[in-house]
Design a protein around this ligand. Structure first.
Ligand SMILES: [Zn+2]
Length: 303
């Protein structure tokens, strides 16, 4: 078992994950998966703090965690992610007021997403960067759901993550630049045109696609490259359309956050986007052409 473990540690290099799993045995998974999960729910606990405090411009570290109703400081034993909420039966130890199930849900979600990243990207440094990217999307999604706004400080983290990601991935700089532009520019134009149209009609400029969503796709595209961000935006729009209709039929309100769906798209895009695009391209026969430029574009697309 130790040999396998050392072998696993040696694989902390840059390799696609699917192929390598056959080198690990069950004992490695039994050890690694709980560790990744616990790491994920602990980070998830911090994400809750960010989601609640950042929109109110409160310090993320200064004040200790406290009950939102009575203000009582949360005891150290009650700070265990997910499990404390279950032990406390979802109630504050001091005033007995209900604690929102949102907290354990965010923690659990982050833990499960870390395990998913671990399986998709393998036991690599790239996975750690991907996990942080995942967490940023969790924060963006829930904050947009709550406040209908996307915080630019959070998006800046995605741009920072692009730097290490660039050295750990094969995605080229050109791929990233095209990725940053290919969704954000159409989003910006749709937002502008729909905004002007509404302004003409009602006198109020309401953009069809907000600037925050546009910038989210710009950062996501830069981080993922176009091969992953194109399927990501299709998934995001499809989910938003389905869920938007469901929400409208329940609440009657057409005002809803687009960001959470884009975040789910960007998550799935990061994991499977390149596979989807490369599969899609493989189904289209390469055109036979004599033109130098078309040949160059085909070479870029298919290789
Ligand atoms: Zn309380």
């Amino acid at each position: 078992m130790y040999q396998k473990l050392i072998c696993g540690l040696q694989l902390l290099a840059l390799q696609p994950a699917w192929e390598e799993w056959k080198f690990y045995d069950l004992s490695f998974f039994l050890l690694a998966v709980p560790v990744v999960f616990i790491y994920g729910i602990c980070i998830g606990s911090f994400l809750n703090v960010v989601i609640i405090r950042l929109p109110r411009d409160e310090s993320l570290i200064k004040r200790a965690s406290h009950c939102m109703t009575c203000g009582a400081k949360i005891r150290l034993v009650d700070l265990i992610p997910v499990f404390s909420w279950i032990f406390l039966k979802g109630k504050c130890h001091s005033c007995g007021e209900k604690i929102s199930p949102r907290y354990p849900i965010v923690e659990l979600l982050n833990g499960l997403l870390y395990i998913a990243n671990f399986f998709v990207f393998g036991f690599t440094f790239n996975t750690m960067i991907m996990c942080l990217y995942t967490s940023v999307l969790v924060v963006v999604g829930f904050m947009d759901w709550d406040t209908l706004e996307i915080d630019l400080r959070v998006l800046a983290v995605i741009i920072l993550l692009t730097i290490p990601s660039h050295f750990l991935n094969e995605t080229s700089l050109l791929d990233r630049i095209i990725g940053a532009a290919c969704v954000s520019i159409p989003f910006f134009l749709i937002g502008e045109i729909s905004g002007l149209y509404y302004q003409k009609k009602t006198g109020e400029k309401v953009r069809g696609i907000e600037i925050g969503d546009t910038l989210l796709m710009l950062c996501g595209g830069l981080y993922l490259g176009w091969r992953a961000v194109v399927p990501a935006v299709f998934i995001g729009i499809l989910l938003a359309a389905i869920c938007g209709l469901i929400i409208k039929s329940i609440t009657g309100s057409s005002k809803f956050a687009f960001g959470p769906y884009l975040c789910i798209g960007l998550l799935l895009g990061a994991m499977f986007g390149e596979l989807i695009t490369n599969w899609y391209l493989s189904t289209i026969p390469q055109p036979e052409t004599q033109s130098y430029y078309t040949n160059a574009i085909c070479y870029y697309l298919y290789n």
